[in-house]
Design a binder for this molecule. Structure first.
Ligand SMILES: Nc1ncnc2c1ncn2[C@@H]1O[C@H](COP(=O)(O)OP(=O)(O)O)[C@@H](O)[C@H]1O
Ligand SMILES: [Mg+2]
Ligand SMILES: [Zn+2]
Length: 506
């Protein structure tokens, strides 16, 4: 007797169909799973036989069950085939009258037969839709995630016996009439708000511009000057994600197993702040079952690298590709894999090894050699991708009045969102999303400069002696400043302001 059930495997962010074939022959009691299962997947046999005997209230018929997971050349990982294997076995022994067409099953079962949270449901639902599958059986806790793909009949499975009844036409699985929709968390950052930061007007302005154009951003300043606090406040002014961006982010978090219970779409831009001692795999992604790393978890959001110079050279090197191409390639035993990684990098560092170079209160104890060595840690190619660099100077914030009127995050976010909409329109139909994505060719195409602007640029070029690369970075930032102000073309004052964010090349 053979029965066939459809399921799926996920490699990277993409799913592939898996055929679960169960073969039963009478004789001695044996149970095999073949077709490149990993350890957790192999353990399904013990779990599923116990669950089925529990369900039936008797032993399985004597004989050999062979479960073949095809195609055999892709790795089947984790306990996600419990549900399809259980359904297949019950069909094999005549307990279910399964019409397998157009049905896909996925999900881990606990010993009492209840379903458990299963990773990577979103890419599986996407695959099911593309393959014309009608009914998608997923753990009820993941149903909201599966429902993000429209046009599928998502069946939220609570346990095995409910599934059996449904398939035998006794009782249909109930679908909730409406699912709780995730709402954009407007608060959520509670303790952070731009208005809590006293003084630091230039730094706040730089953050606003960086957020508006998604420019990579570097702060340098002595300990206690407020760098970490400034970075942590950034999420409160970022523009909302578009639906497409939300789906991209949700897919990554789905595969990483990081979606909250009952969560649908991820609505807030990610803000990731890996510690400088983070392992390479945790930063870039990988592992036997490849998971996205911090770099990909920051996709469409912010990767905050505090104590930037403390990261290992290897870690800093690994940022090059994502900053250049918006993705990261991971090499594996079987070829390579890419994860999206279009992120905004925000970095904070001390100006020198001891931390006090340029501080008004304390003296720097570094030798000029120390200072050079310290700064060389951040390589040219990384610095080249940073559009805005500022010095954060300590303010005597205790002395600044708390009653001073400062702008709230909400007010700033409104301007950032407007600027972001302007860019969205500008780049419609292209791959670009924001000003920071423009290459030199695109800068020439999208930024027209009048005579006065060119004159000012020429003056600046001569007196600061900056490279062609910094010239183009300057223009990108000027374009964002003009967008924040609602100007169709870049004006002199926008260039002048962007010159102030070009803290001299380290
Ligand atoms: N301008 C400011 N307004 C309000 N609080 C500040 C300001 N500057 C620093 N602080 C406070 O000082 C502390 C140290 O700041 P932090 O961001 O950790 O500095 P850094 O990262 O530069 O070493 C923080 O707890 C922060 O709340
Ligand atoms: Mg800090
Ligand atoms: Zn020093």
């Amino acid at each position: 007797m053979v029965s066939k059930v459809l399921s799926a495997a996920v490699i990277g962010l993409d799913a592939q169909l898996v055929h679960v074939e169960i073969h039963f022959s009478k004789g001695k009691s044996k149970f095999f799973i073949v077709g490149l299962p990993d350890k957790a997947c192999s353990e399904s046999k013990e779990r599923v036989s116990a669950i089925i005997q529990n369900f039936l209230g008797r032993r399985l018929p004597a004989g050999t069950f062979t479960v073949n997971l095809a195609p055999a050349d892709i790795q089947k990982s984790g306990p996600v085939y419990d549900l399809p294997i259980a359904v297949g076995i019950l069909n094999c022994i005549g307990e279910i009258n399964l019409k397998p067409q157009n049905k896909l099953f996925i999900g881990e079962l606990s010993l009492d037969g209840n379903t458990r949270h299963t990773n990577a449901i979103l890419p599986i639902a996407d695959l099911a839709k593309k393959k014309g599958i009608n009914d998608l059986f997923v753990p009820s806790i993941n149903a909201e995630e599966a429902r993000l793909i429209p046009g599928l009949n998502v069946l939220p499975v609570k346990n095995l016996s409910e599934t059996v009844k449904h398939l035998n036409g006794i009782n249909t699985i109930q679908k909730p009439k409406s699912y709780p929709r995730s709402v954009p968390p407007e608060q959520g950052w509670g303790e952070y708000d731009m208005s809590y930061i006293r003084g630091q007007e230039q730094a706040k302005r730089a953050l606003e511009i960086a957020a508006a154009g998604r420019h990579n951003f570097l702060m340098s300043g002595s300990p206690g000057s407020g760098k970490t606090m400034l970075a942590r406040t950034l999420p409160t002014i970022l523009p909302q994600m578009t639906v497409d961006e939300s789906l991209e982010v949700t897919r990554i978090y789905s595969v990483a197993g990081m979606l909250e219970k009952d969560q649908g779409l991820c609505m807030t831009r990610p803000f990731r702040k890996p510690h400088h001692t983070i392992s390479h795999v945790a930063l870039v992604g990988g592992g036997t079952v490849p998971r996205p790393g911090e770099i990909s978890l920051a996709h469409r959001g912010v990767l905050f690298l505090d104590e930037f110079a403390e990261f290992s050279n290897k870690a800093l090197e690994s940022l090059r590709q994502p900053l250049e191409d918006g993705l990261i390639t991971i090499s594996r035993a079987k070829g390579t894999l890419t994860f999206p990684a279009n992120l905004m990098m925000v970095a904070a560092m001390n100006p020198c090894k001891c931390g006090w170079l340029g501080d008004s209160k304390r003296e720097c104890t570094c030798t000029p050699n120390d200072v050079t060595r310290y700064r060389k840690k951040i390589s040219g190619p990384i610095l080249d991708r940073i559009d805005i660099k500022i010095n954060v100077e300590r303010v005597e914030y205790d002395k600044l009045s708390r009653n001073q009127i400062t702008q709230t995050s909400k007010q700033i976010q409104k301007r950032v969102s407007n600027a972001s909409r302007i860019q969205f329109k500008r780049f419609r139909g292209t791959k670009l999303k924001s000003n920071s994505d423009m290459s030199q060719r695109e800068i020439k195409k999208y930024i027209n400069l009048d005579k006065q602007c060119l004159l000012l640029l020429e003056k600046a070029m001569n007196s600061f002696n900056f490279s062609a690369r910094s010239y183009f970075r300057l223009l990108k930032v000027a374009r964002t400043i003009a967008d924040l102000e609602g100007w169709g073309s870049v004006q002199e004052q926008h260039i002048a302001e962007s010159l102030s964010f070009r803290m001299d090349e380290l």
